[in-house]
Design a protein around this ligand. Sequence first.
Ligand code: URA
Length: 434
Amino acid sequence: MNMLELIIKKRDGHPLEKEEIDWFVSRYTGGEIPDYQVSALLMAIFFQGMNDRETRDLTMAMAYSGDCLKLDGIRGIKVDKHSTGGVGDKVTLIVAPIAASLGVPVAKMSGRGLGFTGGTIDKLESIPGFRTDLSEKEFEEFVNRDGIAIMGQTAELAPADKVLYALRDVTGTVDNMSLIASSIMSKKIAAGADAIVLDVTCGQGAFMKKEEDARLLGEKMVEIGKLAGLNTRAVITDMEEPLGRNIGNALEVQEAIDVLKGGGPEDTVTVCTELAAQMLLAGEITDSYEKAVSLVKESIESGKALEKLEILIRNQGGDPEVLKDYSRFKTAPVRREFKAEADGYLQRIICDSVGNCVKSLGGGREVKEQEIDPSVGLTLLKKTGDRVEKGETIAVIHAADEEHAGRAEKDLREACIVGTEKPEKRPLIYGIIQ
Ligand code: URA
């Protein structure tokens, strides 16, 4: 077998055999195939696609490319949650402590930002001192003792996804259904949970722009999860505009804290309530959806969910004072208001452009090794459908310097469309696949 043959085979539209998939996954993970050849194969997969059998084979090859966590020592039904990505998506930071506070052991392995979307690990690392490089022993210990731990992908768990994920991020090969499904499900299978709740986003700020594609992706992942013996369900959520008001790593953690304190933007609260309720159902805390929703609300009102977040932060070396004092986060030195040039309604916020704008501010990576700036980002004072007057502030730009702020302002001028018609409201939740 050689890599050039596989590239040409896929380029010409033929399915790869299981042995071929196993071969390139293990060789690339072992450092035996150069990035440029795997980039070419990924691009061929991007254009030619993979059938369901290839997608399953790729998932399993990646899942078993390293160690698999054995969480048998942890009592209860361990529930993991994963999003297919979005802009302003701080859902994990909210639902993980809620579910944990209600008795669901949350053993979560998360990723970094990818393409124009953010990643939970980058967000958590904006909390001063927070460590995401837990050993498997620490991970298990925290979940057993406190019901919650979130760690980054270790070199040992699904290492194939780790290297492929980073390569896809810089080669324009992220938004392919098979690559997304295998990336997510391989990590979930390796991470050892019993049940998985998937947040499959759809819209301009998601990798799946159309609802039917998001449903298809959800179905593929649920099927793979079930084949691997995991209780898997997917919630299709809207990502036509950024979720909530804050976009950017430290800013998103602050919004998550606001929600756990009983505030926060309505859309973030609605999406998180649904996903947290699904985690309770998957964790068999209750079999009533209504009861699950009321438990989620109670856990916020009683402050229990916020307490869990505090425990998570303390356990993983972070500064818990951030919960009370947001000035303990790194703060961007420049704040610039982006203002409306005309009266009207905010008709659209082109979500992937906003994600790219935050990336260009330094909140995401352009190349694999890039350090990100946790402080930069945007605060949206207006959301789609809101009335705006000329000169009114639509968003606040948090930037490292004036030059970056100026560029972001230009990006936002194109991404935020003001017009005379009030746009129709879109649903936030499109359905559940299980
Ligand atoms: N999240 C992942 O973990 N992988 C993807 O490919 C996309 C989103």
